[in-house]
Write a protein of this length. Structure first.
Length: 197
C-alpha cells in the first residue's frame, strides 16, 4: 500500500511545479498530503477490539461439548454429569497438579484440549489425541487418552489421561457427546488462562 501513496505523491509533482510558476518564489507552496491508507485498517482493528472487550475464549465453547478432567479428584466428568475414574502422571507424580511441568512424569497440564482420533492404534488401543487449544502446556507434547498402561495395568501414564473404563469414555466421544477435554487442577479451579507469556 506504501507504493500507492508514493505513486500519488509523484503524480502530484507536475501540479506543484505549475503552482510554483503561477504563485512565484516568495509564496510558500502547499504540498499535497499523502493519503493515510492505514486509517481504515486501524478503524477496523479498533472496532474488533471494542466488540470483543470482556469476551473470553471459553465463552465461545459450549460446555455441552467439553468433558472435564479433575487431576486431584482422579475423575473425568462428562457433559451429562456421568463420572469416570481417570489418572495422569507416573508413580509418585501421578494425579498431583504440582508436577504438571515435568515431562514424561507429571500429569497433563491444566489446559483446554481438542480431542481427535489418532491415526494408528496406540499399543492396540484406539487412543484420542489431545491437542492444546488454550492454556500453557510448558512445551510438553504427545498427550493422549487411553486405557491404563499395559505393564501391570497400573493407573498411571507419562502425562496422558488414562481411564479405568476407557471404553465408556471412547463410546461417549464417538457418540458426539463432547469434542474437548478441559484439564483442571481441581473442579474449584475451572478457569483456563492463556498464560503462555
Amino acid at each position: 500500500m506504501k507504493w500507492l501513496a508514493g505513486a500519488a505523491f509523484y503524480m502530484a509533482l507536475p501540479l506543484v511545479a505549475a503552482q510554483a510558476a503561477v504563485v512565484g518564489p516568495s509564496t510558500p507552496l502547499a504540498l499535497p498530503s499523502t493519503p493515510d491508507v492505514t486509517a481504515p485498517f486501524e478503524a477496523a482493528a479498533d472496532w474488533v477490539s471494542s466488540s470483543l472487550a470482556g469476551y473470553t475464549y471459553s465463552d465461545a465453547l459450549p460446555e455441552r461439548a467439553t468433558a472435564v478432567y479433575d487431576i486431584s479428584a482422579h475423575v473425568v466428568v462428562l457433559p451429562d454429569g456421568s463420572r469416570l475414574e481417570a489418572h495422569s502422571g507416573l508413580a509418585e507424580r501421578a494425579d498431583d497438579p504440582r508436577f504438571v511441568r515435568e515431562r514424561m512424569r507429571g500429569a497433563a497440564p491444566p489446559a483446554l484440549y481438542e480431542l481427535s482420533p489418532r491415526k494408528y492404534l496406540f499399543h492396540g488401543v484406539a487412543a484420542l489425541k489431545m491437542t492444546p487449544i488454550l492454556g500453557n502446556v510448558f512445551g510438553r507434547t504427545g498427550f493422549l487418552t487411553h486405557t491404563y498402561m499395559l505393564r501391570g495395568r497400573r493407573p498411571e501414564s507419562n502425562g496422558c489421561v488414562v481411564f479405568r473404563d476407557y471404553d465408556a469414555f471412547l463410546r461417549a466421544y464417538r457418540d458426539g457427546r463432547f469434542q474437548r477435554l478441559r484439564v483442571v487442577p481441581a473442579v474449584g479451579d475451572m478457569a483456563i488462562r492463556d498464560n503462555r507469556a
